[in-house]
Design a protein around this ligand. Sequence first.
Ligand SMILES: NC(=O)c1ccc[n+]([C@@H]2O[C@H](COP(=O)([O-])OP(=O)(O)OC[C@H]3O[C@@H](n4cnc5c(N)ncnc54)[C@H](O)[C@@H]3O)[C@@H](O)[C@H]2O)c1
Length: 334
Amino acid sequence: MAGGTYLVTGGAGYVGSHLVLALVERGDKVVVLDDLRQGHRDALPPGAELVRADIADRRALEEVFAGWRFDAVFHFAALSLVGESMREPLRYCAENVSNSLRLAEAAVKAGCLRFVLSSTAALFGNPERTPIDEAAKLAPTSAYGDSKLMVERGLDWADGAHGLRSACLRYFNAAGADPSGRIGEDHEPETHLIPLAIGAALGTRPPLTVFGTDYPTPDGTCVRDYVHVTDLADAHLRVLERLEHGSCRYNVGSGTGYSVREVIEAVERVGGRPVPHHFGERRAGDPAVLVASSQRLREDTGWSPKLGALDEIVRTAWAWHSAHPRGFDDRNKA
Ligand SMILES: NC(=O)c1ccc[n+]([C@@H]2O[C@H](COP(=O)([O-])OP(=O)(O)OC[C@H]3O[C@@H](n4cnc5c(N)ncnc54)[C@H](O)[C@@H]3O)[C@@H](O)[C@H]2O)c1
């Protein structure tokens, strides 16, 4: 509901900041809990309040819930690098799971019984069929994916025991930037294809490595589903309403897959410059094709991607990166 008060953990990060913008623009009060390990103060619009703290800090959590009466929590803050999670699985499980469940516990204690989790397509591991709907087997192949699954399960239990209604949104690949150009993606390290390809074209990043050209796909490179980050923010607003009917789980993607080569071509088309790249070996654990079915989300909430075309996604990302070749100003000041 508009005119509410919301806690957004990780709201200074990439996806979270786009939701914060949407909430502030429709007149909601927003408190962002973020320790800025990856996020940016400059990603927050005027009007959003930042509490700079780690979710693991129990006292900080208590103070946040004592300070405001929240209508819902949107939980973005997490460790989210698949490769890193395979090197440090215990840290990923410990941090993602315990932080999320501690947050849910604090929400329940404060009487805030609406919770929206940033979950992931990594829950599905190597899917048996495509597009991937919510009935697909949950079989994560990374500690990162498994940590999110554990959180989803904890939230199921919290619904039964405490009436905590949760929406878990399994994002596929978030991409693009706010169409007005105010905010965009700025990760370090960056692991996502579109910013890496744009950075290679702009000369702000090294040439792109394409991992694997012998996949069983039309052009041999991996196929992924890219969902515009502004459409993703819209999905959050819609599931918030949906929570009135109970907890829910949704896969969120555009429903269309694009290969790595197609993304490179789109960046070259939109930017009018070549993307320097070379071909490397497959990366362990990369499925050939990951495309979402968001049928359930569309039917239940009326959501549909407005900025879903690949060129539109790349156009907004290109506008952001070319205007901010070094990312947010706060990174430059550091
Ligand atoms: N970006 C994607 O394509 C994608 C895909 C699937 C799922 N997700 C999930 O969406 C969420 C947001 O992703 P993103 O790309 O915006 O990530 P991000 O790293 O840009 O944002 C995460 C934010 O959380 C903050 N944070 C992390 N741990 C924290 C802690 N313990 N205490 C306080 N703040 C903390 C970081 O500073 C950062 O601002 C993550 O949970 C991620 O797993 C993202």
